[in-house]
Ligand binder design. Structure first.
Ligand code: NAD
Length: 295
């Protein structure tokens, strides 16, 4: 079992720490929010005074932070966690961040004789609590091989997507497709309503026909057909509009850098941006159906 430093104990990091401890790992935990640290301590973590202290003497550091700027600040700037770690230590960044920063951080780690992977997740707060997250990892086979047993304490499906940044690339492509599919399903059900077609009937047909997709069959944006979907709970998140917008913006940044053509991604970004700006950033992302159908 490993000595782990964990930095970023929010909605995702908090339950991930609890699962690491339940699996027998020792966790030294830090967050700029004292409340978040207190919750991690209740799970059995040891509190650290700052990020560098959480990383002091550990074999593995895990970060679960809001964005690339926070990861860079913690790793090489304000907290300089990479300068505290002993040679050969492993860094696992589970945050969803931009691909260029992920690649840069892994290069910085290698310069210091550390190993690092980018390992963003899918599965949300529910998956973090249940220990069933999907991890999409980028980095060397050696770093991935060392990270895999640690990630198994927090997740069910663990993929080595490729070299540095490949995990973030997979995450951003997945969420680009998901946002577009959610909007497509919303449009289809909106049109059905105008045509007087019963939503359950459309679901019964389309969920077994060619429009079948996860956004419909597991997360249907109209109340009724999928009882567990946020639509049945007034669109309480779930995965928020703000988070989907963040991921769509990341997709558009890399599309612009690489010259990839993502016309529907660009439009999805505009739609989510407009809905967030109208004050709905805290709702589940499936609430975009309200924006599409003007409910
Ligand atoms: P969160 O805002 O609840 O948690 C982030 C935590 O980081 C906060 O507790 C904050 O205080 C802490 N933090 C910020 N700057 C810090 C610093 N310099 N040092 C130490 N701690 C710092 O966010 P979350 O929902 O836990 O998401 C974390 C990451 O996971 C994000 O990158 C998000 O995109 C990704 N993600 C979230 C979900 C989800 O459903 N919530 C799903 C998949 C991926």
């Amino acid at each position: 079992m490993a000595q782990i430093g964990f930095i970023g104990l929010g909605n995702m990091g908090g339950p991930m720490v609890a699962n690491l401890i339940a699996a027998g790992h020792s966790v030294s935990a830090f967050d700029i929010s004292p409340d978040a640290v207190a919750r991690a301590v209740e799970s059995g973590a040891t509190p650290a005074d700052n990020a560098a202290a959480a990383a002091n003497g550990v074999e593995v550091v895990i970060t679960m932070l809001p964005a690339g700027t926070h990861v860079r600040s913690v790793m090489t700037e304000d907290d300089a966690v990479m300068d505290v770690l002993g040679k050969g230590a492993l860094v696992i960044d589970c945050s969803t961040i931009d691909v260029p920063t992920a690649r840069d951080m892994i290069a910085e780690a290698e310069k210091r004789g550390l190993e690092m992977i980018d390992a963003p997740v899918s599965g949300g707060v529910g998956g973090a609590g249940a220990g069933t997250l999907t991890f999409m990892c980028g980095g060397t086979a050696s770093a991935f091989g060392r990270a895999e047993p640690v990630l198994q304490a927090m997740g069910k499906n663990i993929f080595h997507a490729g070299d540095a940044g490949a995990g973030q690339s997979a995450k951003v492509c997945n969420n680009l497709m998901l946002a577009i599919q959610m909007i497509a399903v919303s449009e289809g059900f909106g049109l059905a309503e105008k045509l007087g077609l019963n939503a359950q009937k459309l679901f019964d047909i389309s969920s077994t026909a060619t429009a079948q997709c996860w956004a419909m069959t597991s997360y249907c944006p109209v109340p009724g057909p999928v009882p567990t979907s946020p639509a049945n709970n007034d669109y309480a998140a779930g995965f928020t509009v703000a988070m989907m917008l963040k991921d769509l913006k990341l997709s558009q940044e890399v599309a612009s850098i690489t010259g990839a053509n993502t016309p529907l991604g660009a439009h999805a970004t505009e739609l989510y941006d407009a809905y967030a700006t109208a004050g709905h950033e805290g709702l589940d992302f499936s609430a975009i159906i309200r924006h599409i159908t003007s409910r």
